[in-house]
Design a protein around this ligand. Structure first.
Ligand SMILES: [Zn+2]
Length: 636
């Protein structure tokens, strides 16, 4: 008997693309979670901002109408002051200087490629290059409050507590300086965009059933409070803006935002005031540049897409080419997850890489079309898995990055015409790499607490994406896609948790899945199933299997016969108390359950070994088995 790795064509391919739910009209209402003890706070913002484009400084007033929907009285609140991270000696700077594999965008390499010596770019910022947010006054219901700045957090003890159900008004005056572009936000980045204004205003921290989420800004992503935003930005009249919300005074502003046929008559003066409104979001971002080209188009669902970009001929050509596929992406996500609920979405050239915000994304570059399209697909998918299904990105980064990677991989695969049978290969490869490196940490690790950036990335993006593609192996692709749509229906406009998601999957599939959530997200247990032996006696063949890894799994075994036919043997996992439907167009034998506690399992095939060409565990390759070399036995 010879053991070789046999390449088996994946047979589960087409189900993903067959979206079934029709596109409904946009949702106008906030859903209520099915969890009775759930609540979420509300913060409605009104901000007036005056931007000095010469000094990269701004002043602002902010009014928040804050509603305490929790059952608790609050005796203090917290605001995020994210721009303060971009200062020498900040916690972000310290972390950057001490992590073994710093984000390359945030450091200079003073050594060589082989022997790097990293210097924090934050540590090198001078006073007029740093970022800051300074609060100069704060009142609650008109009465002055004391407050203290602690790094990127403003701590505000309250004179009188906010009672359950009470709405209070916070009024703030503040000023800020836009940092030299280091990460996500900043000025004059390498693409030459003047202002990338993200995480730029004092932002109320979320208080939910897990308490306050006043996480310091060290590196990772965000958790916010739902609300309406009404933001007016006064800026040099030559600057063109894009961002969250719908421009309210488009016919005064022009620059491609005006209604068709409208002639823009601007008042004299050096500035324009842009007024944006956004309904039911938990963030607000914008960007501005005097050289932005602005295109817009309507999707079949009636969503307006805006594209703001600049650069050489190649960049411009790629950003034009991007527009139709972006509409197709929006349609794909709307059908496969649920309708995009806002009136518009803007794809904006900005700071570094790509980052998701409410109703918009900021993306760099455009020289490489493939990467521009891929990044747009990913960031647009975050409108669902971050803005609508707003999991806490610090606590559960894999639920926004992983789910986004999963759905955008599917969308790209279809829209680009690649139609790869298994488009998730890269995620499995990355996961395998981190397992072998010994640097893996469980997905339940706080996003800032990974020892290596690489471990965070693979966990959040790759292992998070495999959580879904592999769940498709466990419960079947149809049930997986139905789970995503049901998850959207039940949890849109809320902060769902891992448990919320797996409960939906359980109800849709009619199986028990807590073991899956536990092993895959709270441990680094691995999956390794093996074919130990194939023997024949009296025209019957016995296949002996072994569970080597700690993580349980139901098992697909495909038997390929010499005559070219196939037979599928399915071994349900007992602790699931249920089975998936047959994913293959091949005869299926449902065998006895495998109990996890017993590492050994065997079954009979009513044919001699001489008629068998190969026996293969999981021909779909969707199970993240860390040693596939023992998954196949092939005979000559
Ligand atoms: Zn992402």
């Amino acid at each position: 008997m010879r053991r070789v790795i046999l390449t088996v064509v994946a047979l589960t391919t087409t189900l993903y693309a067959q979206a079934k739910s029709p596109v409904d009209p946009p949702y106008k209402q906030v859903a209520t979670s099915t969890n009775a003890s759930y609540w979420q706070q509300r913060a409605d913002y009104k901000m007036d901002i005056a931007m000095d484009v010469e000094k990269f400084q701004f002043t602002g007033t902010q009014q928040i109408k804050y509603t305490n929907n929790s059952p608790n009285s609050l005796d203090r609140v917290f605001y995020h002051l994210y721009f303060n991270a971009f200062q020498p000696g900040s916690e972000m700077d310290m972390r950057l200087q001490t992590i073994p594999d710093p984000d390359r965008r945030m450091v200079n390499n003073l050594g060589t490629k082989e022997n790097p010596k990293y210097q924090s770019r934050i540590a090198e910022l001078s006073d007029n290059e740093i970022g800051y947010l300074k609060v100069s006054s704060l009142t609650k219901n008109g009465k002055n409050l004391q407050y203290s700045e602690e790094g990127t957090t403003l701590v505000v003890p309250l004179d009188t507590p906010i009672k359950p159900g009470e709405t209070v008004t916070f009024d703030m005056e503040f000023s800020g300086q836009v940092p030299v572009q280091i990460r996500r936000s900043g000025r004059n980045n390498k693409d030459g965009v003047a202002l990338s204004m993200t995480q730029w205003y004092p932002k109320m921290a979320e208080y939910d059933f897990e308490g306050w989420h006043a996480d310091p800004y060290i590196a990772r992503e965000f958790h916010g409070v739902w609300g309406d935003y009404d933001v007016s930005i006064t800026i040099d009249k030559d600057y063109i803006l894009g961002g969250t919300g719908v421009l309210q005074n488009a016919n005064e502003i022009g620059y491609g935002y005006q209604d068709e046929g409208v002639k823009i008559k601007r008042h004299r003066g050096k500035t324009l005031t842009w007024n944006f409104k956004a309904h039911n979001v938990h963030d607000f971002a914008w960007a501005a540049d005097p050289e932005y080209i602005h295109d817009r188009m309507e999707t079949p669902e009636g969503v307006t897409l805006h594209f703001l970009y600049k650069g050489n001929d190649k960049v411009v050509e790629n950003w034009k080419k991007l527009q139709e596929p972006t509409a197709q992406l929006l349609t794909f996500f709307s059908k496969n997850i649920g309708p995009y609920p806002w009136e518009q979405y803007s794809v904006i050239q900005g700071g570094d890489g790509g980052m998701e915000y409410a109703m918009c994304t900021l993306i760099t570059g455009g020289e490489n079309y493939g990467s521009l399209f891929g990044t747009t697909a990913h960031e647009l998918a975050h409108a669902w898995f971050q803005q609508l299904l707003a999991t806490n990105e610090s606590a559960h980064p894999w639920m926004d990055e992983g789910f986004t990677t999963f759905i955008s991989t599917l969308a790209e695969n279809q829209i680009s015409g690649d139609n790869e049978p298994n488009p998730f290969k890269n995620s499995y490869r990355s996961y395998q790499y981190i397992v072998e490196s010994g640097k893996e940490q469980p997905l339940s690790t706080h996003a800032d607490r990974y020892a290596y950036n690489a471990a965070y990335s693979v966990a959040a993006y790759s292992k998070g994406s495999i959580f879904l593609s592999q769940l498709g192996y466990v419960i079947g692709q149809e049930k997986l896609m139905e789970t995503l749509r049901k998850y959207y229906d039940e949890f849109k406009y809320t902060h769902p948790t891992p448990n919320d998601f797996i409960r939906v999957a359980e109800k849709v599939s009619g199986t028990n899945l807590n073991w899956y959530l536990t092993d895959w997200t709270k441990t680094t247990n691995t999956i390794d199933y093996a074919i130990e032996e194939v023997t024949t006696k009296d025209q019957n063949t016995t296949v002996k299997l072994k569970r080597i890894g700690l993580m349980p799994m139901p098992i697909d075994v495909m038997v390929f016969y010499q005559d070219g036919t196939m037979e599928y043997f399915y071994i349900p996992l007992q602790m699931m108390y249920g089975e998936k439907s047959n994913p293959f167009q091949v005869k299926r034998n449902v065998l006895q359950d495998w109990v996890w506690g017993n590492p050994d399992y065997s079954f009979e095939i009513e044919k001699p070994k001489s008629s068998i060409k190969a026996v293969v565990i999981d021909p779909s390759n969707l199970m993240a088995d860390v040693d596939r070399s023992n998954n196949t036995v092939q005979f000559d």
